[in-house]
Design a protein around this ligand. Sequence first.
Ligand SMILES: Nc1ncnc2c1ncn2[C@@H]1O[C@H](COP(=O)(O)OP(=O)(O)OP(=O)(O)O)[C@@H](O)[C@H]1O
Ligand SMILES: [Mg+2]
Length: 113
Amino acid sequence: MKKIEAIIRPEVFAKVREGLAIAGIGGLSVTEIAGCGRQRGRTGIFRGNTYEMEFLSKLKLEMVVENSQVQPIIDVLLRDASTGDVGDGKIFIYPVEQAIRIRTKEVGAIAIE
Ligand SMILES: Nc1ncnc2c1ncn2[C@@H]1O[C@H](COP(=O)(O)OP(=O)(O)OP(=O)(O)O)[C@@H](O)[C@H]1O
Ligand SMILES: [Mg+2]
């Protein structure tokens, strides 16, 4: 199992959510975050400018999925979260040790279906 963490623009969430549903994800956590990338929160910054670090509103999506779902979900994110402008976000993939559904005590892949 892997955890896919995706930082995306709030504006693309509706489209991404549709794509993820079609890809068959079993669950999704969404958090409103403030962040900055290499432009330090500025869009259209020019080299040599002095600036302070600013934070822009983004959404953090977290999904724990089976290994076979990782690439299809990355494909959805690359397609539906992209505008082509700076600030489109990032995808991070982590290994997941275990998943447990509290209600049924199911463990492993069955707990994330
Ligand atoms: N290295 C990082 N670690 C943690 N969060 C990050 C990192 N880089 C970006 N983020 C998060 O992703 C959001 C969007 O980043 P952004 O897309 O601007 O990255 P970037 O590297 O500047 O790429 P681009 O040049 O396309 O803008 C940030 O606001 C921040 O929340
Ligand atoms: Mg950036």
